[in-house]
Design a protein around this ligand. Structure first.
Ligand code: NI
Length: 221
């Protein structure tokens, strides 16, 4: 029976996962698919046998301290080709993209909660310390609403002003701590005025949640 390589996790945080893989002679990791980009740093010289989908097999020479990088999506079973010597390497995975995925999901949820007119759902997307800068207002930033209560009241005022409202054509991008959503707002104001306008929000994040929603929209007329 094939021996199994032993993983020892040294770092597991929002940005990196660092795992030391210790292979006894002939030991294997078992089949796995890499979900993140990664760097391998050999801790010893050695030879790996790489079994790949479709029955392909390759060998990789490891040189102590000489790293190599691979991209997410690699799928293989990795075996210590030596039947006499152990080997080990560090696997450094970049897991920051999972944070970006969570943030992107929050932007999608925020838009869904606007369309559902769900104030609790909206505030569930906002950080404890949060702000909303409206598109229009007396200040250079528009109108500034700071703190959970003020932001909640400002969102409620949007629903109050627009009995009919749809946020459509949403597209969301995350770049580091910044998010960008573009959209098309189609609504009818309480006084009967129809509005159909494109706009965007620039977001700042605190962890997974929104610390700032800074709104911009095209001026009509
Ligand atoms: Ni692997």
């Amino acid at each position: 029976m094939t021996k199994t390589a032993k993983p020892v996790v040294h770092i597991d945080d929002e940005r990196f996962k660092v795992t030391e893989w210790r292979f006894a002679p002939g030991a294997a990791t078992g089949w796995h698919r890499h979900m993140h980009d990664y760097v391998i740093v050999p801790l010893s010289d050695g030879t790996l046998t790489l079994d790949m989908p479709g029955g392909q097999q390759a060998q990789a020479q490891l040189k102590q301290g000489v790293p190599y990088s691979r991209r997410a999506g690699v799928e293989h079973d990795v075996t210590n080709a030596s039947i006499t010597a152990p080997l080990s390497f560090l696997e450094v995975e970049v897991v920051e993209d999972t944070l970006a995925q969570r943030r992107r999901a929050v932007l999608e949820r925020l838009m869904a909660m606007f369309n559902a007119r769900d104030l609790d759902g909206l505030m569930g997307c906002m950080a404890t310390e949060c702000a909303f800068h409206s598109a229009a207002g007396p200040e250079p930033a528009g109108k500034v609403h700071r703190g959970q209560a003020a932001v909640r009241a400002a969102y409620a005022a949007i629903f109050e002003a627009f009995p009919v409202a749809a946020w459509t054509e949403g597209a969301h991008v995350i770049a580091g701590d910044t998010g960008l959503s573009t959209w098309r707002f189609i609504g009818t104001a309480r006084n009967g005025t129809a509005v159909d306008v494109r706009g965007c929000d620039v977001f700042a994040f605190d962890g997974d949640l929104i610390a700032l929603k800074d709104s911009y929209r095209k001026a009509q007329g």
